[in-house]
Design a binder for this molecule. Structure first.
Ligand code: ADP
Ligand code: MG
Length: 599
C-alpha cells in the first residue's frame, strides 16, 4: 500500500473511533466541522477552482434547512405537498429540487456578471433570502420553527449527536469523492479552465456558461444537504445561521483551508470551528468583557492569509504527504483505443475563404477589406509589421472577436456569425500569440483540454467515475500529441514551468488534440532556439503532408520563407501583397513596408 493510502486509512480509522472515544462535546464539535466542511467544499469548487466568488452560500444552507423544517412540522400542507411531509428524506428531495431551481435562476442572472459584480450579486441574494426567512410568517419569522423530527435511518433513530456523526461524515466523504472525481475528468478540466478566462476555453469548444452553472448548482446542492442535516440535528431552525455574516465565514473556511483543494475545505472548516470555539471562551476572559471578539481576530487572520499564504493552509500541510497526483496521471496513459478522427481531406480542397473582412475597434480599422483563402495541404503565411492586424484577423476567423463586416466561409459554410465554440467544432483550432494556458496544471492536462470536443461524457458520469474508458482515450490522445510536438519529457511538468517557447509548442499540441482540419498558429516560433525552430518547421511540413491546412502568422521571415506555400502581407490592416514566397520577397512594397525595416 502506498503511503498516501496509509494516510487515508489512518484518517478513516480515527474518524470511526471518534464518537467512541471522544466526550460528547467533541463529537458535537466534529459534527459541526463536518457540516461546515460540506458547504466549504462547494466553495472550493465554485470559488477556489472555478474562480467565482460567492458570499451567499449560507442562504442555500438555509433553503435546505427551512424546506425540511417546514415540510416535516407543518400541520396542514396543501394536498400536493402532503406526501413530502411524511418523511425527512422526501423533504430532502424537495429541498434539493427547490435549491436547484433557485440556484439555476440566481446563477443565470448573476454568473454573467464579471469582476466585482458577481460577489456583489451574491451578497445581494444572500441578504434577500435571509430576510425572506425572517419575514415569512409560515416559516416562523425570527423565532423560527421548532419540533423538527429526528432522522431515522435503516430503522435506527438518530437522536443523539453521536448517532448523527456517521451520517454527517459519510455525506462529507461522499461529497469529497464526487468532487475529486469531477475535477479529474473532461468536465473538470473545463471547469478548471474557467480561471484562465473564458476565451481560451471557449476556443477549445468548452461551453463556459454551462460549466459555471454546473459548479454553481453543485455548490448550492452541497449547501442544501448541509442545511438539511443541520435542521434535523438541531431539531429547530431560525434565520441567524443563514445570514450573510455566516456566508462570509464559509468563504473564509474555503480560503483559509486552501481554496483550490478539496481537503482544504475540511481543514478550513476544522481550523475555523475550533478556533472560534476557543476564542469565544478565551478572549472575553482575558479582555474582561463579553462580545464577539473572535470576529475581529478572524478579520485580521483573513488579511494575513491573503498576504502571506494565498493558497491557504492545505498546500503547506500537503508538503508532508507524498504527491501521487503525478503518478495518478501517469497511470492514466495506458493503451487505449484511439479517438475517432475526422476524415482528412485531399490536398487542394478549399478550407477557408475570407472575403472583404473589416474589423473596427472604435475609430481604428484594424483589418480593412481583407481577403485570403487556405486549402488543405497548404501552409499560408500571414506576415506584416507589428500592429498590422494579423492577430485581429485570427480572432475574426476563429470567432474569438467577430468581424465588423465581410464574410468568412469554412468548408463551404458561412461561419462569421458563429461563436468560437461552434467554429472549433467544425474543425478549426488555434494557438494564441499571448500564450493562454493553465500554468498550475500539467502539460498533459492542458493538452487534454484541446480534446474536449472529442469526448462526450458529462458531469454525472464524471461525478460517479463512469467516464474512465473515455478518459483513458482522451489522455492517450493528449499524450500522443505531446509526443508529436516533442514535449514528452515534460508531460507531467506544470505548464507554467516551461520556457515561453515551449509553452507555445504546448499550445500547438493542444490545438492538434482537437483533430483540426485547419490550424491557426499565431507566431509559434517566437522564443524558440534555432534547432527548436527547425523541429517546428519539420512538424508543420508533416502536418501539411497529412492534408492539414495551416494559417501561420510569423515574424521570423526566414522561417516563413522556407516553409510557406504562399504568403499574404499585411500593413495597416490592408493586404499589400500576396504570392509565392520568392515573389513576395522581391515585391518593392513589401521590402519597404516590412522586410526593409527588418534588414
Ligand atoms: P499584429 O498581430 O499584426 O501585430 P494586431 O492585430 O494585434 O496586430 O493589432 C492591429 C491593430 O489593432 C493594432 O493597432 C492594435 O492596437 C489594435 N487592436 C488589436 N486588438 C484590439 C482591441 N481589442 N481593442 C482595440 N484595438 C485593438
Ligand atoms: Mg499579433
Amino acid at each position: 500500500m502506498s503511503r498516501q493510502r496509509w494516510i487515508y486509512a489512518g484518517f478513516l480509522v480515527l474518524l470511526m473511533l471518534g464518537p467512541i472515544i471522544l466526550p460528547e462535546f467533541y463529537v458535537t464539535l466534529l459534527n459541526y466541522i463536518g457540516l461546515y466542511a460540506i458547504v466549504a467544499l462547494g466553495l472550493v469548487l465554485l470559488t477556489g477552482v472555478g474562480g467565482l466568488t460567492s458570499f451567499g452560500q449560507a442562504a442555500f444552507v438555509g433553503l435546505g434547512a427551512y424546506t425540511t423544517a417546514y415540510l416535516t412540522t407543518a400541520t396542514e400542507l396543501s394536498a400536493w405537498l402532503a406526501p413530502f411531509g411524511q418523511s425527512p428524506w422526501l423533504a430532502l428531495l424537495v429541498g434539493l429540487v427547490l435549491t436547484a431551481l433557485v440556484a439555476f435562476v440566481l446563477g443565470a442572472l448573476t454568473l454573467r456578471l464579471s469582476g466585482h459584480y458577481l460577489p456583489l450579486g451574491t451578497i445581494a441574494w444572500g441578504i434577500s433570502i435571509y430576510f425572506l426567512f425572517g419575514n415569512l410568517e409560515f416559516l416562523g419569522g425570527h423565532t423560527g420553527i421548532t419540533g423538527i423530527p429526528s432522522l431515522s435511518l435503516l430503522g435506527l433513530e438518530l437522536k443523539l449527536g453521536r448517532d448523527f456523526y456517521f451520517l454527517i461524515w459519510i455525506a462529507l466523504l461522499a461529497a469529497v469523492w464526487l468532487t475529486q472525481n469531477l475535477l479529474d475528468s473532461r468536465e473538470g478540466r473545463a471547469i478548471r479552465a474557467l480561471k484562465g478566462g473564458t476565451l481560451m476555453a471557449e476556443a477549445m469548444g468548452v461551453n463556459t456558461a454551462r460549466s459555471k452553472i454546473v459548479i454553481f448548482l453543485i455548490a448550492a446542492l452541497y449547501a442544501c444537504i448541509s442545511g438539511w442535516l443541520y435542521a434535523h440535528l438541531q431539531r429547530f431552525v431560525n434565520p441567524t445561521p443563514f445570514s450573510l455574516h455566516i456566508g462570509i465565514e464559509y468563504l473564509f473556511m474555503a480560503v483559509l483551508g486552501g481554496a483550490a483543494h478539496v481537503w482544504g475545505a475540511l481543514l478550513g472548516a476544522g481550523v475555523i470551528t475550533i478556533l472560534k470555539q476557543w476564542l469565544q471562551d478565551f478572549l472575553p476572559k482575558i479582555l474582561g468583557s463579553s462580545g464577539n471578539f473572535e470576529v475581529i481576530v478572524f478579520g485580521l487572520m483573513m488579511v494575513l492569509i491573503l498576504q502571506r499564504a494565498r493558497d491557504g493552509l492545505w498546500p503547506i500541510l500537503a508538503r508532508f504527504v507524498p504527491n501521487v497526483a503525478e503518478k495518478g496521471s501517469q497511470r492514466q496513459i495506458s493503451q487505449a483505443e484511439p479517438l475517432p478522427k475526422k476524415a482528412s481531406l485531399q490536398a487542394g480542397n478549399k478550407l477557408l475563404e475570407v472575403g472583404d473582412v473589416v474589423k473596427k475597434f472604435g475609430g481604428l480599422v484594424a483589418c480593412n477589406r481583407m481577403n485570403l483563402s487556405v486549402q488543405s495541404g497548404e501552409v499560408l503565411a500571414l506576415i506584416g509589421p507589428n500592429g498590422a492586424g494579423k492577430s485581429t484577423m485570427f480572432n475574426c476567423i476563429s470567432g474569438v472577436d467577430p468581424a465588423s463586416s465581410g464574410e468568412i466561409h469554412f468548408l463551404g459554410e458561412r461561419i462569421d456569425q458563429l461563436n468560437s465554440r461552434e467554429i472549433a467544432r467544425r474543425g478549426m483550432s488555434r494557438t494564441f500569440q499571448h500564450v493562454r494556458l493553465l500554468p498550475a496544471m500539467s502539460v498533459l492536462e492542458n493538452v487534454a483540454i484541446g480534446a474536449h470536443l472529442r469526448g462526450s461524457k458529462g458531469v454525472l458520469s464524471a461525478l460517479l467515475h463512469l467516464d474512465r474508458v473515455e478518459e483513458k482515450r482522451l489522455m492517450a490522445e493528449a499524450a500522443r500529441q505531446i509526443e508529436r510536438v516533442g514535449l514528452t519529457q515534460h508531460m507531467f511538468d506544470q505548464a507554467g514551468s516551461l520556457p515561453l517557447g515551449q509553452q507555445r509548442i504546448l499550445e500547438i499540441a493542444r490545438a492538434l488534440a482537437a483533430d483540426p482540419l485547419l490550424l491557426l498558429l499565431d507566431e509559434p516560433a517566437a522564443g524558440l532556439r534555432y534547432l527548436e525552430k527547425q523541429a517546428l518547421a519539420d512538424l508543420l511540413r508533416r502536418l501539411r503532408a497529412e492534408g492539414m491546412g495551416i494559417l501561420l502568422v510569423e515574424h521570423d521571415v526566414d522561417f516563413v520563407m522556407g516553409l510557406a506555400d504562399r504568403v499574404v502581407v499585411m500593413e495597416f490592416g490592408e493586404k499589400i501583397a500576396e504570392g509565392l514566397p520568392e515573389q513576395v520577397q522581391k515585391n518593392p512594397a513589401v521590402l519597404e513596408a516590412y522586410l526593409g525595416g527588418v534588414a
